[in-house]
Design a protein around this ligand. Structure first.
Ligand code: ADP
Ligand code: MG
Length: 638
């Protein structure tokens, strides 16, 4: 019998498909099961439309049979079947979807039935594992059955066949095993079971397969006299339903216990701890989807490494199409686990194509909003849990603001927490702003190694004394994040070592200026004697008990210098432009004035000592321990 040719473009498309579109050949089973489920849906739907009831989902099961001898895998359904014409149309023309046509004809809105197919290529995935495919089908309401058969790209035949009832049976003659490829895996019970669990668990019809078990032969553990002996076992087979059928995310939230959600999360995402929060959301509109999201309680061990892969599971009407869809989550929410199920998505094949899916972008945008509002909700209503979450993942959010050059600030800034000088516990920026003094212009921050060290940092002394609150930043990223944000709700961030803290009165400013003018030569001399080490030596009013401190001019702060210097790979280390500030109200300043110009040698030693003290206070290494020691020794020598 003459073979019919696939339409020309179909032929090319088929080759393309088999060889490249699907990256993962195991999904053929998912495709065939989805088709069987679609066909059953259609039958069900048509029956409902015709006013017939009495069909039960249980009867409409999908059957999987593996014949290990013949090396065939058979998928059989009780669905609508296909007529001869439909076989030719649907399977003879690639990218022709009978399911899409069905949806259109019936003007189906989402939710009426869960038909998955619409792309018209899924069926051909069978050729990734099969060298020969036979489809025997009998359309519902028809007496005849037809058999469609093909070896792949070079065409197909359609011949008359027999089938007892309406429905479709697809038989795959698996490809021969090669050195590198073992197709027998698709005949193994265990493998099939796990593929069905993985991809088709939520198909709404039972997927049944004959599975073998072993059991003890009755009474075989006792001999004729009733004494114990080694029991005998026998193999038996049993038809089992392998899928659970109802997706937990489609159940009404009030019908699912917290315990069930937690178990689902732990099983599915391999965590041993309950999530901090479960978010179940159903959205209709620009995008229609169900999402079930989880906020983990702890960062996975590889979270802050390259190994960590972000992403949500992606389902199309209950069928898994991608295990980790990265495009659904922005990096700063990469800690969120969970899944999204949408009937809007073209059951779409490769990652490359999916990236361009407009629908996916709409869903991602809507998810981001949802995640943010849930985080804010947690922050407001369960502070303790939120703080736990922030301790685990806050760094990622801070990094999100920095890495987007501040663009993500609208999403993230309300979610940030910092320890502050006021209470030494975590505060939001809103809480800080609420506590700001009336005349306060800036949000003050200080960076350092630890809260304990920041709490005694001299440059914060005067601010704190006057009742201004200071954010204590201890993460490397912190200052970079604040710089990227610039301000929070119109209040500019300002480092406590900034030249102008905005707290001096005009008089105070004048006073300092006057003193600096009077001691101009002294300050010049000190600067000269410190040479390259500093850009400037100035008088300050920010200090109280401490004679000196070190600050920086320009964009790079001392803390940033430390962070950047610690990063690997930077050949030329960035240097902050250091400024030695001298407390104009400190007795040491009087001493300095008295020594100038009378005792320049001593003054030089003093400059060295004061500079080194400032370094120590900042937690920076002493640059020249020998010079420092000899300066101190000079002072001790009579
Ligand atoms: P899609 O499912 O995206 O429409 P497929 O390539 O998977 O594309 O299938 C093509 C068409 O073949 C389907 O739309 C459907 O009309 C028909 N078809 C496939 N499998 C079956 C089946 N088991 N029963 C009835 N029709 C089927
Ligand atoms: Mg399909």
């Amino acid at each position: 019998m003459a073979k019919k040719q696939f339409k020309a473009e179909s032929k090319r498309l088929l080759e393309l498909m088999i060889n490249s579109i699907y990256t993962n050949r195991e999904i053929f089973l998912r495709e065939l099961i989805s088709n069987a489920s679609d066909a059953t849906d259609k039958l069900y739907y048509n029956a409902l439309k015709a006013g017939q009831s009495g069909l039960s989902r249980e009867e409409l099961f999908i059957d999987i049979t593996a014949d290990r001898e013949a090396r065939t895998l058979t998928i059989s359904d009780h669905g609508c079947g296909m007529s001869k014409d439909e076989l030719e149309q649907n399977l003879g023309t690639i990218a022709k979807s009978g399911s899409l046509a069905f949806k259109k004809e019936n003007e189906l809105a989402e939710g009426d039935v869960d038909i998955i197919g619409q792309f018209g290529v899924g069926f051909y995935a069978a050729f990734m594992v099969a060298k020969h495919v036979t489809v025997v089908s009998r359309a519902a309401g028809s007496e005849e059955a037809w058999s469609w058969a093909s070896d792949g790209a070079d065409g197909y035949t359609v011949t008359a066949a027999e089938r007892a009832e309406a429905g479709t049976t697809i038989t795959l003659q698996l490809k021969d095993n090669t050195e590198n490829e073992n197709y027998d895996e698709f005949l193994q019970e265990y493998r099939l079971r796990s593929l069905i669990k993985k991809y088709s668990d939520y198909i709404r019809y039972p997927i049944k397969m004959e599975v073998s078990h072993s059991r003890m032969v009755e009474d075989s553990d006792k001999d004729a006299d009733g004494n114990e002996k080694a029991p005998e076992y026998e193999e038996y087979t049993e038809v089992e339903t392998l899928n659970s059928m109802v997706p937990i995310w489609k159940k009404n939230k009030k019908d699912v216990t917290e315990e069930e959600y937690n178990e689902f999360y732990k099983n599915k995402f391999g965590d041993y701890e309950n999530p901090l929060r479960v978010v179940s959301s159903s959205v209709e509109g620009a995008a229609t989807y169900h999402a079930l999201l989880f906020f983990p309680a702890r960062a996975p061990f590889n979270y802050y490494s390259r190994d960590y892969e972000k992403g949500l599971q992606l389902y199309s009407s209950g069928v898994l199409i991608m295990d980790k869809c990265a495009d659904l989550l922005p990096d700063y929410f990469s800690f969120v686990r969970g899944l999204v199920d949408s009937p809007d998505l073209s059951l779409n094949i490769s990652r490359e194509l999916l990236q361009h899916d407009r629908q996916l972008k709409v869903i991602a945008t809507s998810l981001e909003k949802k995640i943010k509002s849930e985080l804010l909700n947690l922050l407001k209503n369960d502070r303790e849990k939120y703080e736990q979450l922030f301790k685990a993942f806050g760094l990622q959010m801070k990094f999100g603001i920095y890495s987007t050059y501040g663009a993500a600030k609208d999403v993230l800034s309300e979610l940030l927490l910092y320890i502050t000088s006021a209470e030494q516990k975590l505060s939001t920026l809103d809480e800080y702003v609420d506590r700001m003094k009336e005349e306060q212009k800036y949000i003050y921050y200080a960076c350092g190694e630890s809260v304990a060290k920041l709490a005694v940092l001299p440059q914060n002394e005067r601010l704190k004394e006057q009742g201004y609150e200071v954010l204590y930043l201890t993460d490397d990223i912190d200052e970079f994040t604040l710089k990227a944000m610039r301000d929070y709700k119109g209040k500019e961030f300002r480092s406590t070592s900034d030249e102008d803290l905005g707290i001096d009165t005009e008089e105070e400013k004048e006073e300092i200026k006057k003193q600096a003018e009077e001691s101009k030569d002294l300050l010049g001399f000190l600067k000269e004697s410190l040479g390259e080490k500093v850009t400037d030596v100035v008088l300050t009013s920010r200090l109280k008990n401490c004679p000196v401190c070190l600050t920086a001019k320009g964009g790079i702060s001392l803390e940033m210098e430390k962070v950047l210097g610690a990063m690997p790979g930077t050949e030329e280390k960035v240097k902050a432009q250091r400024v030695l500030e001298i407390n104009a109200a400190h007795p040491v300043f009087e001493t300095l004035k008295a020594l100038y110009p009378a005792n320049e040698a001593k003054l030089k030693d003093y400059a060295e000592i004061l500079y080194t003290q400032a370094l120590l206070i900042e937690g920076m290494p002493v640059e020249d321990p020998v010079a420092y020691t000899s300066a101190v020794c000079n002072l001790m020598t009579l």
